[in-house]
Design a protein around this ligand. Sequence first.
Ligand SMILES: [Zn+2]
Length: 299
Amino acid sequence: MTTHSSASEPIPSVELALITGSASWGLAFPEDVPVAGVEVLARDIAFDTPYGRTENWKLLAFDSSITSDGRPRRALCMYSHGNLRDEVDHACHRRAFWVLREARVKRVIACSTVGSVNRAIRKGDLVIAADIIEPTQTPYSLLPGRQRFDASGKQIICGTCAAILAGTAGRLWPAEGRVHGIEQGLVAGHVYGPRLTTPAEAIMFRTLGADFINHSIAPEATLSREIGACFTPCAFVTATVNDYLNRDSGTLLEAGALERLSQVTSIIALETAAALPVGEPCACHGLLIPQPPERYARF
Ligand SMILES: [Zn+2]
């Protein structure tokens, strides 16, 4: 049983959300990541939602000296997709995005690591997916019923934000790795985890058209669409297709790959958050379309 010591806080109004995950495992994000102009205003914040309590939130401030519009901005930061610390509960995504909707967040960045099932995508590459495969979509929808909104599956990743992320990564990513931008059309297959993918599952995703497998992209992308926000995934590759398929090796991840790239990925996420065009409309925001009242009122 998880104990809750902190009181629930009012939800602040912010433009941005950063979702941390395996890309920054072992780091306090952003405390362990030196980016001048980024400050932690509060940490260990808990919010009550209609679906239960969500914990481990931070409120970040970006100084006007580092933002693209020369104005200060704030972001809500959630550790590991809003998961509880001591148990696994995938419904955490609904609680987390309920908070982001209340906060009126319009842009979401999610950081993670992925395993490649495309032989041309190598360990140590940074990848920005263009599309996702998650056969169940999400069991954790926030839409108020099936008939009130048309939530599009097109442009599920924000092209504008992805281009800004790719530009930031292009400056900072180590030369031995590559940056795969959204224009490459790469597809992420989603699995919830935490168990890592079996060889047979890896073959299934490759057969379905995925280029890599990600534990933290589909509910985040779908729920971003459902709250009318842009979604941008920032991930790097820690395992290759050969790692997945080799049944003789009991472990999937090579020691050191995570530690080598988690710091720079975290810096890229923060610099991208400072560079996004907050306050401006985006085509993504128009892809959640209210339906005429008769579609849900008459039946
Ligand atoms: Zn967008």
